[in-house]
Ligand binder design. Structure first.
Ligand code: IPD
Ligand code: CA
Ligand code: CA
Length: 276
């Protein structure tokens, strides 16, 4: 295994460089394309930041495989690589393109089983660098992170998000949102899954759930939550949500996890029109 502490410093520097690109285009965030639906947009900064990150990773780690949201796979072939990088150049592009300063760059290193080993999530607007190495804790700008102690849903602040195809299917998280809303202190839809996870790690939020997420949205954040003492599972409580290919994630401070799963499962078991 290569030196993870040195690798973390390299990735932090790359994330900062990407952050400069994001801030540079922020006042004029030209939308260049739409993807799955009209809400699923790409800006110049998504492309430029991903190109910078992937080029730097390829140079530093030629034996690894890279998966970027905007560019697909590159580097060493996925079939033979021992290590994988998952890159989301802007997580929160809808916020970014609308001039709302809540977005991040997420970079995760995993083994070939998609187990996260190292994760960096950078919010350039606030200059907040969240990071974790497996087994070594989670940090925000070098300060150790610990999840909240909130133990009841009634006192909990939770966040979530909605898929880009929300208008095309009933299984769009609206039923789960309604069920949580009347049981918790409040809910937020912040618009960046990566930062939602960091905010659980930093005890700014008590929990988070969402479906139809991609590996680049969550792999760094999963490690950051777990290394801050929290839990991340799928909707059934399975500990390898990133391997199930369902894209469903529940993250919490641990104390709230069973209660969150119960709310989600009660909703989903009452709906025959939802996918499993
Ligand atoms: C999106 C954000 C959003 C979440 C969506 C994601 P993107 O990522 O994380 O909060 O609700 O499901 O796709 O498109 O901005 O990289
Ligand atoms: Ca994303
Ligand atoms: Ca993105």
């Amino acid at each position: 295994m290569f030196n993870l502490d040195a690798t973390l410093q390299t990735i932090i520097a790359i994330a900062r460089d990407a952050g400069h690109i994001l801030l540079h285009h922020f006042d004029n965030p030209t939308i260049t394309a739409t993807k799955s639906t009209d809400s699923d947009i790409v800006t110049i900064a998504d492309k430029e930041a991903e190109e910078l990150i992937v080029a730097a990773l390829k140079q530093q780690f030629p034996d690894h495989h890279m998966v970027g949201e905007e560019g697909g796979g590159t580097g060493a072939p996925a079939e033979t690589a021992e290590y994988f990088w998952f890159v989301d150049p802007i997580d929160g592009t809808v916020n970014y393109a609308g001039g709302m300063p809540f977005f991040s760059t997420s970079i995760a290193l995993t083994d070939k089983n998609r187990q996260p080993i190292l994760g960096v999530i950078y919010d350039p607007w606030r200059d907040e660098m969240f990071s974790a190495i497996q087994g070594k804790g989670a940090f925000l700008n070098g300060q150790s992170l610990k999840v909240s102690k909130t133990a009841s849903l009634a006192k909990a602040l939770l966040s979530s998000g909605f898929p880009y195809n929300k208008h095309l299917q009933p299984d769009n998280n609206l039923a789960e949102w309604a069920a949580f809303l009347v049981q918790v202190r409040d809910l937020r839809r912040l618009g960046s899954a990566a930062l939602d996870l960091c905010y659980v790690a930093a005890a700014r939020m008590d929990g988070y759930w969402e479906q139809q997420l991609n590996p680049w949205d969550v792999l760094a954040g999963i490690l950051i939550v777990r290394e801050a003492g929290g839990m991340v599972t799928d909707y059934e409580g399975g500990a390898n949500p990133q391997q199930e290919h369902k894209g469903k994630y529940v993250a919490s401070n641990g104390h709230l996890h069973a209660a969150m799963l119960e709310v989600i499962q009660a909703v989903r078991s009452s709906r025959s029109d939802f996918a499993t």
